[in-house]
Design a protein around this ligand. Structure first.
Ligand code: IVH
Length: 678
């Protein structure tokens, strides 16, 4: 026993917790970041030396550090229900009439709250300590994400108060503040500039704060979660025999206990005032630090709630009013056209920048020629822009009263904006195509990008910017040109030095070992995706058999229909494509399936099935796949009940993880996989 160390740890914890509360709950910085970090480091050090004295609510838990293998499923003591939704004031009135009828003349009040657009969470406190944090899951049971939630500064780790119930649950919504979301995406963009310069693959930015929050809370490494700056608003308190009569009292208690409760909830005595609150917050909500998608109107009195009860899915005493997607007018400045890999030409509206749902919108998709005609778009039109699913904006209508009398209608281009070829449209299709497959620059470049992509030839030393630069220098016209590049030519590109040049050439050289199915997929034959390429490679064994197959013969292969067969025959009939194959053969690519058995390294994984998700430190995904097979295991493409293991790396797909957990599949880390084959 060392009373001084124990006391020191306790005092330091209390001190840091105090600064945390002041900062995160009361927005006060009482010490500098540097001083704060110093105190935290001191505490971490002491706890490391004397773990027996670490406090249950130690602020060091906020830094994360646990790496989970998988999330354990926990049943909710009180199910997490959903709310019935409405978009109309009339339906709110009808809800109110149902409430009034159910309460038979009693007076009643509502509490109006914002509907936070994040991830629902249930926080369990026992004797004042946060003991569990569970996601909603299917409402009946969810994932134990306690280690991750402990890193969220606005969630108290310990509640100290007189008469605190021994057990209670707090329900709330975890979110990624819009500011943090923008910061993460700015960092990704910055990183991408560097990656593009080096010709490396770029990272995908986060789609929206809600997805980012839900992906983050399902990360296995809580150290990474701690860096993401998640936050939490709470909106409900549950437990047996709680001393609160109303929702208002519950919220007041939660606030007193240092939970993050929205300051502008409002108690109203009639539905008209609730509707006024909704109207007031329709635009004010964009000033909040998080996305919100509506207002929840809840009966205040708990006894009255009980009287009304629940339907099978939702309470009869609450309703969510959802705001319609925000619609803002702005000016259409121009329409430009993007040409994709297959030659599809997509129109894009360039707009006078407008604020919409908390972000600035400059462009909107117009889908196709029919859409332009449907909207009857004219130059300089005032158009209404809406964020569909809050991600890709679209134009929903035109304010024709604002149209200038001499404004000309927007006519869909007749010729390719990139190569001036006359566009064509297949019967029954809405999209126009540029048929100049071999001479149209964006088509050539995107074909090469497809060829080098991970699922095809996996030449990750060649990124979009490198393809662009090589194309500009006329060094790259077909994928076969990749194999003719010299070190001197690459060094002549901006930003390429000795190492990057060697890496690039090494990547190209290695691609010669990619299996036939990958080469086939990389060629970009219309309708020949990854799976079709694999089936064709398996069935025809080599490129010569495939090239001479007739439409009928092609249809003998599994899953090959007429449309695919016709496309393949047309592709191989083309003289340029025949030349391309000859050059690629010359370069030494794999044009036949290797029936020779794979190298066998061991039998540890015999009879076991695996799915791979995410990225790994010690190997690429293909390498991992090979390893599994070399040790006798089998790699499957999707998660199902039959699967044995999901190998989850960094940024593993949350839907795969969720599915695996539901199906009771073991989720293993990279380290655990390594241990299996050792
Ligand atoms: S009350 C019995 N209040 O909306 C249901 N829910 O459809 C109690 N949500 O996933 C829910 N903000 O996480 C309530 N102020 C708020 C809310 C809120 C967001 C979410 C909740 C749930 C969904 C309900």
């Amino acid at each position: 026993m060392n009373p001084t160390t124990e006391l020191k740890i306790k005092q330091l914890s209390e001190k840091i917790n105090h600064y945390n509360t002041q900062y995160y709950q009361n927005h006060l910085s009482e010490i500098s970041d540097e001083e704060f970090d110093k105190l935290l480091a001191e505490l971490q050090q002491l706890e490391k030396q004397h773990p027996q004295y670490a406090q249950a609510d130690s602020p060091t838990q906020r830094v994360g550090g646990t790496v989970a293998k998988e999330f354990v499923q926990v049943r909710h003591r009180y199910p997490m229900l959903s709310l019935s939704n409405t978009y109309s004031a009339e339906e709110l009135q009808e809800f109110d009439e149902r409430v009034a009828k159910g309460l038979e003349q009693q007076p009643y009040q509502y509490i109006c709250e914002m509907k936070y657009d994040g991830v629902a969470i249930s926080l369990i406190y026992e004797n004042g300590n946060l003991t569990k944090a569970i996601t909603r899951g299917d409402g009946e049971q969810g994932d134990d994400v306690t280690a991750n939630v402990r890193t969220i500064k606005t969630v108290p780790l310990r509640v100290v108060a007189a008469d605190l119930p021994a057990y209670f649950e707090v329900r709330g919504e975890i979110y990624l503040p819009r500011e943090s979301f923008d910061k993460i995406n700015a960092e990704i963009e910055e990183e991408n500039v560097m990656r593009a310069k080096q010709g490396r693959k770029t990272l995908t930015p986060l789609a929206n704060p809600r997805n980012a929050a839900s992906g983050t809370i399902k990360m296995l490494d809580s150290g990474v979660v701690a860096k993401r700056n998640l936050a939490c608003f709470v909106y409900d308190l549950l437990g047996e025999n709680l001393p609160f009569r109303t929702h208002e009292e519950s919220l007041q208690a939660l606030k007193k206990w240092q939970f993050n409760v929205f300051d502008d909830n409002r108690k109203v005595s009639n539905i008209g005032d609730a509707i006024a609150y909704i109207a007031e917050w329709e635009t004010k909500r964009y000033e909040l630090p998080l996305d919100t998608d509506g207002v929840v109107v809840k009966l205040n009195d708990k006894a009255q709630r009980e009287q009304l009860g629940f339907t099978s899915k939702s309470p009869r005493w609450a309703i969510a009013y959802k705001y319609k997607a925000e619609n803002e007018p702005t000016i259409l400045e121009s329409v430009t056209y993007q040409v994709g890999r297959t030659g599809a030409v997509t129109p894009v509206a360039n707009l006078k920048p407008v604020r919409l749902a908390g972000t600035t919108v400059k462009r909107a998709t117009l889908h196709n020629a029919n859409e332009i005609a449907r909207l009857d778009l004219h130059e300089g039109d005032t158009v209404f822009v809406e964020k569909s699913g809050e991600i890709i904006p679209k134009i929903t209508g035109v304010d024709k009263t604002k149209r200038k009398p001499n404004a000309q209608p927007i006519l869909y281009v007749t010729h390719c904006p990139e190569c001036a070829t006359l566009l064509v449209r297949n019967e029954g299709e809405a999209i126009f195509f540029c048929p100049n497959e071999k001479g149209c620059p964006p088509q050539i470049k995107t074909k090469i990008e497809h060829y080098v992509s991970r699922k095809a030839m996996n030449i990750d030393s060649v990124g979009g910017k490198t393809v662009e630069a090589l194309f500009e220098k006329k060094l790259l016209r077909t994928v076969a040109d990749l194999y003719k590049l010299t070190a001197e030519q690459i060094r002549s590109l901006d930003g390429f030095k000795e190492t990057s040049t060697n890496n690039l050439l090494k990547g190209i050289e290695n691609s010669k070992q990619q299996p036939f199915k990958n080469v086939l997929f990389g060629l970009g034959i219309r309708f020949v995706g990854e799976t079709v390429a694999e089936k064709l490679a398996d069935f025809f064994k080599n490129i010569d058999n495939l090239a001479k197959a007739s439409i009928e013969e092609l249809q003998q292969a599994p899953e090959i229909g007429e449309r695919i067969a016709e496309s393949i025959v047309a592709w191989f009939q083309d003289a340029d494509n025949q030349q391309l194959i000859a050059e690629l053969k010359q370069a030494g690519l794999q044009f036949a399936t290797t029936d020779t058995p794979k190298v066998i390294l061991g039998n540890q994984l015999v009879g076991k099935t695996f799915v791979i998700s995410g990225t790994f430190k010690s190997f690429g995904r293909e390498e991992l796949k090979d390893l599994i097979e070399q040790y006798g295991g089998k790699v499957l493409s999707g998660v199902s009940g039959k699967l044995n293991f999901l190998v989850a790396g960094n940024e593993a797909g949350s839907s795969k993880l969720e599915k695996a957990q539901k199906a009771g599949v073991a989720i293993i880390s990279e380290a655990e996989f390594k241990a299996m084959i050792e």
